[in-house]
Design a protein. Structure first.
Length: 81
């Protein structure tokens, strides 16, 4: 009885964790996409305010890019393994 409960609990927690990680990855990718589109649109404008906003977007884009690349690398390694 205890073994069955433990196995079921581990399976459930693993499944929930996988779903949470997939959801978080999707949110990161969509946020990165929106920020990159905003940066591209703002890059077409001239002016000090547009330049400052373009530089400020880098603060959010760089960490999200690192998370995206890490996620991509882990997926590739998972497929290879």
């Amino acid at each position: 009885m205890i073994t069955t409960v433990t196995t079921t609990t581990v399976t459930t927690v693993t499944t929930i964790t996988s779903v949470a990680v997939a959801s978080l990855t999707l949110i990161v990718i969509l946020t990165l996409l929106v920020l990159l589109i905003q940066k591209e649109i703002i890059g077409g404008f001239t002016g000090i305010r547009a330049q400052r906003l373009s530089k400020a977007l880098n603060v959010a884009i760089m960490p999200l890019s690192v998370v995206f690349m890490t996620s991509l690398l882990l997926r590739v390694l998972e497929v290879i393994r």
